[in-house]
Ligand binder design. Sequence first.
Ligand code: ADP
Length: 183
Amino acid sequence: MEKKINNAVLSLKIGDITEEKVDAIVNAANPTLMGGGGVDGAIHSKGGPQILEECKKIRQTLYPEGLPFGEAVITTAGKLPAKYVIHTVGPICSGKWDNEKEKLLYNAYYNSLKLAKEKGLKTVAFPFISAGAYGCPKDKASQTAIKAVIDFLKKENSLEEVRFVLFSENDYKIFEENLKNIK
Ligand code: ADP
């Protein structure tokens, strides 16, 4: 499914984000930036050690205490077909949801797109941030993801496509339903 927002396309697909040939894929990282499970583990294992090397440099320079929730940084993508990996950290929900978690998740998407724009990138693919190990309620997390991306695309004209790459048919359906309900 896709929807035109301003000059850009917002699209949904089922797939493995490590296989996306876009300017940047987004990693649902954790504050350490040292890798982890889920999509983070897949990106580092398929992308090779280059990505981790760059993450280590970021920790040594910009973020010695770790990447704060809702912020984003960028590295190259090693052996992946994408050109860059944008690493962001969504909130840890553990099943709960409140305004603070919503704000942090919104920021994770929005700040990732801001960084893509600053780098002159045109196509960005997102996974379903905080919907795995971080346990955010999927319906709320999907609505927040869509809202952040649409807000950005309405405000900024630089991007051509933002793609949500969902790892299951169920997650795809959640996004499809929420995107349908947007006027
Ligand atoms: P978080 O810690 O932010 O919750 P996870 O990686 O645990 O991040 O999960 C986020 C989402 O990414 C989940 O919906 C999970 O199913 C999905 N996911 C895991 N591996 C991949 C992959 N290779 N491509 C796309 N999505 C993935």
